[in-house]
Ligand binder design. Structure first.
Ligand SMILES: [Zn+2]
Length: 272
């Protein structure tokens, strides 16, 4: 999965530090596309030297390499570099850099969407003791937003409930959805499976979680069992496909970045 980068490690502890010329400094455009150079599958990052004079904020370190975010948009250009969406990053990068760039995107999106105080409209300042934004006028403190969502492997006999979404990702997937205010994750599982496929589930058990910066999510994976005859009533607004698929016939996604793919793979290989 995207976060499985051992023995490398992404250090996300908050720190205030001065940017050096050899750090990574990421430039994003208004659409959230990051400036990179790709060379034979190897990613070159823009550097602290490129961002000299800009306001930046420290994001995290990938092993020893420190990543900063350039806070204000500008027209900075560099030969051989171009802007990539996070989806394109998923296609052109491999390994730990994908995880770093998904995480950087999540942070960029949060800073981008929280420039002004939601209470009084004043411009927010960077927090100095933790990852936060603080209103200098009314004291409102804004913390990073992470959206909880579930991924559900629904099992019936020797079959798994495979879906494909109407919009966005084109490959095979599982039932998925965001947690609503006022419910537990297990209740999200039961509600989403019922809403998307009309199936009642039981024996809901936790599998693993995954940070998924592309959609500002924390994904929480569960397996569960279908109750009754398993007749599918698909929500055609959300899905274009929902079928029971036998283990050996499950077609996996093109790479193993996602928790969804790992859950399909585990079932396909008889490990669940
Ligand atoms: Zn305020």
């Amino acid at each position: 999965m995207i976060q499985d980068i051992y023995p490398s490690k992404l250090h996300n502890e908050f720190a205030r530090c001065e940017m050096r010329d050899d750090d990574v400094a990421l430039f994003y455009d208004a659409e959230g596309r990051v400036l990179l150079k790709e060379n034979d599958g190897k990613i070159c990052f823009t550097t602290g030297a490129d961002a000299a004079g800009e306001q930046t904020v420290y994001l995290f370190s990938l092993d020893e390499k420190r990543f900063f975010l350039v806070m204000d948009r500008n027209e900075f250009r560099k030969e051989g570099f171009k802007n990539y969406t996070v989806r394109e990053v998923r296609d052109i990068c491999a390994g730990k850099e994908v995880y770093a760039l998904f995480t950087a995107y999540h942070l960029w999106k949060w800073y981008e969407d929280n420039k002004y105080c939601g209470r009084c409209g004043e411009k927010l300042d960077l927090g100095t003791t933790e990852r936060s934004l603080v209103c200098p006028k009314c004291g409102n403190t804004v913390y990073p937003r992470i959206n909880p969502a579930v991924i559900v492997g629904v099992i019936k006999d020797d079959c798994l409930l495979i879906t494909r979404y109407n919009r966005g990702y084109a490959h095979n997937a599982l039932v998925a959805g965001f947690t609503e205010i006022g419910e537990t994750l297990e209740e999200t599982v039961a509600r989403e499976v019922m809403e998307e496929t009309g199936i009642e589930v039981t024996n809901i058990r936790y599998y693993k979680s995954q940070p998924w910066g592309m959609a500002q999510d924390i994904l929480v994976g569960y397996y569960c069992d279908a109750v009754g005859d398993g007749r599918i009533r698909m929500d055609a607004n959300e899905l274009k496909y929902a079928e029971w698929v036998r283990r050996e016939e499950i077609v996996l996604q093109p790479n193993n970045l996602s928790l969804t793919n790992e859950m399909m793979k585990m079932f396909k290989e008889g490990k669940r």
